[in-house]
Ligand binder design. Structure first.
Ligand code: PFF
Length: 446
């Protein structure tokens, strides 16, 4: 087998991981989740979960990845626990499903970038979205996105992923800052901010059983956790990185960008009178479509906005693709280029139904965020906490003197108890929800 690649620099790794985290989850999924679940109350729970669960769970994936230097399936065998490989298989299957519909939504953003320049949706944003979101053209843009992702991943870790994310991530941040200024100058912005930033504690108490699985699902989705993306990325890093500092940067950046995106999105939705509780994947496209159409220099602002989202989607999509490709390369000893093309074609096929039917897209998304990711995360935490005896040692490498003595022990007991308990609770709560959703969809299709 050829020599395994490594990231060129530590910052290259951090940016690639930030690129994986920041994506459609922050700008497309986050607003309609916040909207469906009642605004700031959801936000509060989401931020709490990011800190209590997200950060330590990211360290779980990093220790497994760096210790094994393998893809999520072969990692378990390398660590002497072949019987756990099924968790890696689950991760790769989840990867196929996520990327399949992710690419369809990313395809919409590519289309909207072009449509901004021509002004195609300015007259009737809702009607336009209805026309183009599903059907043969949506399938075409799904193909375009997959070709871009395959093109980057085929170049490998350093020349493909690292080189691109080094440019893409700073670009996202600069563009978002510009957009916040635009959002805050719109009429009605204040109402959007209140909705977004003022939690109702009564609602939290009354609705926590519904809020928890959605907030946990969103937190895992946005941090790219529970399906081995962070195992894969950390399998290419050096031994002396301080994993705690790295994950602090990644989680911090991602959360800051999600919060910033909210600062743009809610003022915009309120200013054009789109109710964020009007659920569904169209909120971003219809709401922004209207705001942009009314703004000065609509063509420019629209292309700017949707272009930013395309960039964010590309840097995340490649991380999902890399999970599957790294497995194919390591395991079957296939060269990177044919492996990437082959995987890309299969993902494209898995995505076809979601390009034609919104309820199937919703189904893929709900199953991923509320079942597959919490399940994957729960199993990884169970493994790292109770079976992977070197987990603590692996975390210790690269830690500074101030934290060496206590941090790994606190972390280990935290994942063994708190996170595991939350994961089980989320799965119990979400399996009820998933059942109901499935029944609704079946009824609707009858
Ligand atoms: N974190 C990405 C986003 O927020 O768009 C989506 C994602 C990437 C999920 C990688 C899972 C993953 F493994």
């Amino acid at each position: 087998m050829s020599e395994r690649e490594q990231w060129g620099t530590r910052i290259g790794f951090i940016l690639a991981a930030v690129g994986s985290a920041v994506g459609l989850g922050n700008v497309w999924r986050f607003p309609f989740q916040v909207g469906e679940q009642g605004g700031a109350t959801f936000l509060l729970m989401y931020v709490a979960i990011i800190l209590i669960i997200g950060l330590p769970a990211m360290l779980v994936e990093f220790t497994i990845g760096r210790r094994s230097q393998r893809n999520p399936i072969d990692a378990f065998e390398k660590l002497g626990h072949r019987e756990w490989s099924f968790v890696g298989i689950l991760a790769v299957i989840t990867g196929f499903i996520i990327l399949a519909y992710y690419s369809v939504v990313a395809g919409w953003t590519i289309r909207y970038t072009g449509a901004s320049i021509t002004g195609a949706y300015f007259d009737d944003p809702a009607g336009y979205f209805g026309e183009v979101s599903f059907g043969i053209e949506a399938l075409g843009f799904h193909a375009v996105f997959m070709v871009i992702a395959v093109g980057i991943v085929a170049f490998g870790i350093k020349r493909g992923i690292e080189a691109c994310t080094k440019i893409l991530v700073p670009a996202i941040i600069v563009l978002l800052l510009g957009l916040i200024v635009f959002g805050l100058t719109l009429e009605g912005a204040g109402e959007g901010l209140t909705y977004y930033l003022t939690p109702e504690f009564d609602a939290l108490r009354d609705n926590w059983m519904e809020l928890l699985p959605s907030a946990a699902g969103q937190a895992l989705f946005t941090l790219s956790l529970g399906m081995g993306a962070m195992i894969t990325y950390s399998s290419y890093i050096a031994d002396d990185d301080n994993l705690v500092v790295d994950s602090g940067w990644i989680v911090g950046f991602n959360t800051a960008i999600a919060l910033m995106a909210g600062l743009v999105i809610f003022p915009v939705l309120f200013s054009v009178g789109v109710d964020p509780a009007d659920p569904g994947p169209g909120a971003l496209f219809v709401g922004f479509g209207e705001a942009i159409a009314e703004a000065p220099a609509s063509e420019l602002i629209g292309a700017f906005f949707f272009g930013t989202v395309v960039i964010a989607a590309v840097s995340s999509g490649i991380s999902i693709l890399e999970v599957i490709v790294s497995f194919v390369i390591d395991h079957f000893e296939v060269d990177r280029i044919p492996a990437t093309i082959g995987v890309g074609v299969i993902v494209f096929i898995v995505g076809i139904p979601t390009a034609f039917d919104g309820s199937i897209l919703d189904l893929y998304d709900g199953v991923v965020a509320e079942v597959l990711l919490p399940l994957g995360m729960g199993l990884l935490v169970l493994f790292a906490g109770w079976f992977f005896t070197d987990a603590k040692d692996e975390l210790l490498k690269g830690l500074g003197p101030a934290t060496r003595d206590w941090l790994p022990t606190v972390w280990l007991w935290h994942i063994r108890t708190v996170i595991l308990a939350v994961a089980v609770l989320v799965l119990i709560l979400s399996s009820g929800g998933a059942y109901e959703t499935l029944m609704e969809i079946l009824e609707a299709t009858e």
